[in-house]
Design a protein around this ligand. Structure first.
Ligand code: CA
Length: 461
């Protein structure tokens, strides 16, 4: 699996969801989840760094060290790497040549390249704004996005028919990815992909990973799949309406309109088919949905709500779960896990194989839920049945940090030092705290729980 594509896909949405499991949009969080598969780039020894350039606009690098604290993100290291940028890029020629990139292509696209150091600020940016899951879903699955998606499906019916037939992937999910990644092509980053990935391949803490993206971008340019001027995207190189990273393009893109080019930017057939192919290769099961909204019975054991504890739909039914719309579950033998993103007072979901496939596209449950729900709405399904606990406010970064400190202080292991991010390990610790305190162990960090923890400790049992 390639991690980078996913990582920028969330950044493209530009949100941080603090109260929610693992949906903060910061690059740091992506790292915590191990989504950079390329590892950290090699350390290099530099000569004396040049004087720092004075920032003149918001598009310029701040000149400050990154908040990750990584040695390669120190201001001096960034300056030194930037000073060596030309040598670094030129040093990739043998690798490019081995991939069939011609000397002419390499010269044409790299000889005048300069680093875009603003990316160093973006790479280490911490999320400042947080949204509750319900606000995130309201924003991404808006009436306007539903309406536009239905128009796009209707206007491209023949294409979606043919792609669905060829790949066996639900057209509504493909359209939902298009809608959420770029608001149906209307919100795509403006950075030149080659410059972004060259910068990241030569400066900063992920050079080894981005070397692959840089070389894959050169291959795209060498083949002429996408018009060079249209190879634009996010700061980490995700491009086109469904935000392919260059290596993901290499793996999944197809020429569906038969013109000899895999143009996921300007050809709707290529775009739709390539996105469907991505899901197919990642394990999409034809004819199945992503999951079901379910009602959980009183007195339910919320420790079962754990992505690592899947059971068959039949077993979940035996434990009292029902579909929220009152319909029967098809295929009771399907394996599913229970997802309760806003605690016992909010909706619950049984997640099937195809939900995990969507999460391979972008490994945040909030993202995958938005994709799944938008797909349902594009198909004509009604909104979710159960209400969200909208009276719960999102904890601030400082409160999340304090929450973790209090858990640790009372003997609950959060799997590391407090960092202000409520991840799966923190939620597991919170569940143990809730159990010990005689509360419903739903792992949902609320302001009320924080108050309670501040008021007094409980002994860990
Ligand atoms: Ca084509």
């Amino acid at each position: 699996m390639t991690g980078g594509k996913r990582y920028l896909r969330v950044a493209a949405v530009g949100l941080a969801l603090a109260a929610l499991p693992a949906v903060s949009a910061s690059a740091q969080d992506r790292d915590d989840r191990g989504l950079f598969t390329g590892g950290i780039g090699p350390f290099r020894l530099f000569g004396g760094p040049p004087a720092p350039p004075a920032p003149v606009s918001k598009d310029d690098w701040s000149g400050e060290s990154g908040s990750s604290g990584h040695p390669m993100m120190q201001a001096d290291a960034i300056r030194a790497a930037a000073a060596n940028f030309g040598n670094c890029v030129a040093g990739y020629w043998p690798d490019a040549a081995r991939r069939g990139v011609t000397r002419g292509t390499f010269e044409t696209y790299t000889s005048a390249l300069t680093p875009d150091l603003k990316i160093m600020d973006l790479m280490d940016a911490q999320p400042e704004f947080t949204k509750a899951l319900w606000d995130y879903l309201d924003m991404l699955v808006s009436d306007a996005r539903i309406k536009r998606g239905r128009e796009i499906l209707a206007a491209n019916r023949a294409t979606f028919d043919a792609v669905e037939k060829a790949y066996g992937v639900d057209r509504h999910v493909v359209a939902a990815i298009w809608g959420i990644e770029s608001n149906y092509s209307t919100a795509i980053g403006e950075r030149a992909v080659l410059r972004s990935v060259a910068t990241l391949a030569c400066v900063g803490r992920r050079q080894g990973y981005f070397k692959e993206e840089f070389l894959a971008t050169l291959e795209i340019l060498n083949r002429g799949d996408v018009a060079p001027a249209h190879l634009k995207g996010s700061w980490a190189g995700a491009f086109g309406p469904t935000q392919f990273m260059p290596t993901a393009f290499k793996r999944y893109a197809v020429d569906f309109d038969g013109d000899g080019r895999r143009d996921v930017v300007d050809s709707i057939p290529d775009l739709v088919a390539s996105t469907a192919n991505n899901l197919k290769v990642d394990g999409w099961k034809q004819g199945e949905t992503w999951g079901y909204e379910v009602v959980v019975p009183q007195g339910f054991d919320y420790l079962l709500a754990d992505s690592a504890r899947p059971m068959t739909v039949r077993e979940w039914e035996h434990r009292g779960l029902r579909r929220a719309n009152g319909k029967a579950f098809p295929r009771p033998g399907d394996k599913a896990y229970l997802f309760v993103p806003a605690g016992a007072r909010g909706p619950a979901f049984l997640m099937l194989n195809n939900f995990r496939v969507i999460m391979k596209y972008n490994p945040a449950e909030a993202y995958a839920l938005a994709i799944g729900h938008l797909a349902d709405r594009l198909r004509g399904d009604p909104p979710m049945v159960q209400a969200w606990p909208r009276d719960e406010r999102v904890l601030t970064s400082a409160e999340r940090y304090e929450f973790q400190q209090l858990l640790v202080g009372q003997g609950f292991d959060i799997g590391g030092e407090p960092n202000g991010r409520i991840n799966a390990r923190t939620r597991a610790a919170l569940k143990r705290y809730q159990l010990a305190a005689g509360l419903t162990p739903d792992g949902f960090a609320t302001a009320g729980l924080l108050e309670r923890m501040r008021a007094g400790g409980i002994a860990r049992r």
